[in-house]
Design a protein around this ligand. Structure first.
Ligand code: TYM
Length: 338
């Protein structure tokens, strides 16, 4: 029951709550491919999380396969990594209940995502939305994952997961759960909305023009970038001059992340250029990176049985680990062996 045999295990997840965005790609998926070569990886489609806001059952099923196909198309190798669906492994919900009994309400009350999502309608928000971060802690701790590659928006949830792991360990006087480290990597850990450079690009934004989807075709990308909010100034030569120009900074960051250049190097190339010059270049690079992922995803989606087979294999691998860990947790908390 030590954590030594579980060194360097990666877990991450994405909600199948809509089409994946460029934000999901740059903040998360793009960084996962390389980790498969150095770490044991589990990548999960977190449908239980998606349920915290209303979902159409048919659309949820479709989105779950679509996310799986996009993962594979973007470089996740299901032979190397466990690629699976959260609801297929019942340990997630079970451990969430157990960990919930070690999570003070005060900690949950600080979660900004709940405040943002519940808004003024707090009294009517569901328990699932409130308890969401405990389920997320359970996702990671169920596998005793040590590292969690995510975009910047998930940092607070992971700090909570560390606090919950610490509370559990202290309560039982053990060193059982590793404290998971967030890996906030890559050049674009926070991609912003194309309509408002102060807001995160999100699957749930009501405006489709606020985001690029991984499955957008070239024409949609052209249109969305053409309509992306900017300002009348040309691009500066120095990155510091973008400090108060969030939309311009976001577009430069996206370009750099896709071209493997720093934002400063992007400005070296485009200093003095107007957006009528920069936007077509940005469109071109987005289309050149996302185009092949889109083509491959659509191809994979034509064979749903193959996707389901990959997810089944992933489930089996995930269950192997989760069942072992959960039975150790049962022992620690004092459940009678079944
Ligand atoms: P989700 O589904 O909102 O997003 C999935 C991943 O994409 C990243 N991301 C972004 N990165 C940069 N810029 C953006 N605009 C952007 N939008 C999303 C997210 O940071 C995330 O890494 N709660 C999680 C899912 C989850 C999870 C987990 C993650 C559930 N359990 C356990 C890690 C470990 C979420 O809602 O991600």
């Amino acid at each position: 029951m030590t954590k030594d045999d579980d060194m360097n295990r990666i877990f991450s997840g994405i909600q199948p709550s809509g089409h994946l965005t460029l934000g999901n790609y740059l903040g998360a998926i793009k960084n996962w491919g390389a980790l498969q070569n150095t770490h044991e990886c589990l990548f999960c489609i977190v449908d239980l999380h998606a349920m915290t806001v209303p979902q159409d059952p048919q659309a949820l099923r479709q989105a779950t396969r679509e996310v799986a196909a996009s993962f594979i198309a973007a470089g996740i190798n299901p032979q190397k990594s466990a690629l699976f669906v959260q609801s297929h492994v019942s340990g997630h919900s079970e451990l969430a209940w157990i960990l919930g009994c070690f999570t003070p309400l005060g900690w949950l009350n600080r979660m900004t995502q709940f405040k943002d999502k519940a808004g003024k309608n707090r009294e009517h928000a569901c328990l699932g939305l409130y308890a969401y971060p405990v389920l997320m802690a359970a996702d990671v701790l169920l596998y005793k994952a040590t590292h969690v590659p995510v975009g910047e928006d998930q940092k607070q949830h992971l700090e909570l997961a560390r606090d919950i792991a610490g509370a559990f360990n202290r309560h039982f006087g053990v060193d059982y759960f590793p404290l998971p480290e967030p890996l906030i990597q890559g050049p674009a850990p926070r991609v912003m909305s194309l309509r408002d450079g102060t807001k995160k690009m999100s699957k749930s934004d009501p405006s489709d023009f606020s985001r690029i989807h991984l499955l957008d075709d070239a024409d949609s990308i052209v249109l969305k970038i053409r309509k992306a909010k900017t300002d009348p100034e040309p691009l500066p030569a120095e990155i510091k001059d973008l400090e108060h120009r969030p939309e311009a900074r976001n577009l430069v960051t996206i370009y750099g992340a896709l071209a493997h250049k720093s934002p400063q190097d992007v400005l070296k190339e485009f200093a003095g250029a107007s957006f009528s010059i920069f936007k077509p270049a940005l469109t071109e690079i987005i289309v050149s990176v996302l185009g092949p992922i889109r083509t491959e995803t659509l191809k994979l989606l034509q064979d749903p049985l193959m996707i389901d087979a990959c997810l089944k294999e992933g489930k089996e691998r995930a269950c192997g680990l989760s069942e072992k860990n959960l039975s150790e947790v049962h022992k620690l908390v004092g459940f009678l062996a079944a």
